[in-house]
Design a protein around this ligand. Structure first.
Ligand code: ASP
Length: 336
């Protein structure tokens, strides 16, 4: 894919160069024709929609790609993609069926960000499955960025979202079992998280992203992670690229992880290099306890290059591009 983009970029540059010299002397018709060719070349450059997401979420990326292939924009794609996971009651880390906090409450965090840098998020949202869509409503229909708790829920209900019990039998049973020992350790092991963070580039080359989670299983009541915090769980700069995070949110927040990745790309790093450096900021802290928690990043830049990196093995990115919807095993830091 990188090669393909390179070729497209090169041919676009060629068109630009030709244009530059030809336009000096041309009449209007010629100029219009060349402009047409130029925009075709731009469409060609940006004509390959792309979706990437944290973890193995092929159904979600397929939904997002369906939107993009139909000419939809990246914002609709990431929202609709995330909704697939939120609606899946079998998934115990997102939306309906999410594992509860230690008091038995399922509380959701989500965020969304568009190509203009607009963003919305919800934290500690209860009884509403599609937290990502509520976050979008916050972005589009309020003057605010973040709504929390009961306020977020009332806002959602006022916008027509249905109130429902999100604690499924399976998650309730898991919680009951956990309560027997009730060991509370704010760590996330490699099997214990599945936040979906998704980034998409549409046919216009515009980037959007979203992130949704039920957070850390059996968390303290009121605990909020990185996923709804713009710059931590998610950040988009349409001129540069985007990043989403998963893993122990506290560590992502402390390093403002997604913003960091985008800023590193702005400085010229590839998405892969940027993700690796952002993980480095966590693991290289003096006394970092990184052996006991996981963090993973997925990033994309404006050219459609992608990257992912995590602290421990078994993190992966789902990527849908050029008709291929596949899992890519992430490289990782802790090889000891
Ligand atoms: N980042 C999420 C949080 O800390 C957890 C996850 O990725 O599953 O709430």
């Amino acid at each position: 894919m990188e090669r393909r983009k390179f070729i497209k970029t090169a041919s676009l540059t060629g068109v630009g160069l030709t244009l530059g010299s030809t336009l000096l002397n041309c009449d209007e018709t010629v100029s219009e024709k060349i402009t047409e060719q130029h925009s075709e070349a731009i469409n060609d450059l940006y004509g390959i929609p792309l979706v990437v997401a944290t973890w193995h979420v092929e159904n979600a990326t397929a939904k997002a790609m369906e939107i993009l292939q139909a000419g939809g924009n990246a914002l609709d794609a990431v929202e609709q993609g995330c909704r697939v996971e939120e609606a899946d009651a079998k998934g115990q880390t997102v939306g309906k069926g999410g594992l509860p906090d230690r008091e038995g409450n399922v509380t959701l965090d989500a965020s969304i960000m568009d190509k203009h840098g607009n963003c919305g998020s919800v934290v500690y949202l209860q009884n509403v499955t599609h937290a990502v869509s509520v976050a979008r409503k916050v972005m589009e229909e309020t003057p605010h960025v973040m709504l929390a708790g009961e306020g977020a829920k009332q806002f959602a209900l006022s916008k027509g979202f249905q109130s429902e019990d999100l604690l499924t039998e399976a998650s309730k049973n898991a919680w009951e079992k956990w309560k027997i020992n009730a060991q509370y350790q704010p760590i996330i092991n490699i099997e214990n998280h599945d936040t979906i963070g998704m980034l998409a580039i549409d046919k216009n080359g515009d980037i959007s992203g979203a992130c949704t989670t039920s957070g850390l299983a059996y968390k303290m009541e009121g605990r909020v992670g990185d996923s709804p915090i713009i710059g931590s769980g998610l950040f988009i700069d349409n001129d540069i690229g985007g990043c989403v995070a998963t893993g122990l949110g506290e560590e992502v927040v402390k390093t403002v992880g997604s913003f960091l990745v985008v800023e590193l790309m702005r400085q010229g790093k590839s998405p892969q290099q940027a993700c690796e450096e952002a993980i480095g900021r966590i693991v290289n802290k003096p006394n970092s306890d990184y052996k006991n928690f996981q963090v993973g990043y997925v990033a994309v830049n404006k050219q459609g290059e992608t990257g992912c990196y995590s602290i421990h093995q078994n993190f992966n990115m789902t990527k849908f591009q050029d008709g291929v919807n596949t899992q890519i095993q992430s490289d990782y830091f802790n090889k000891a």
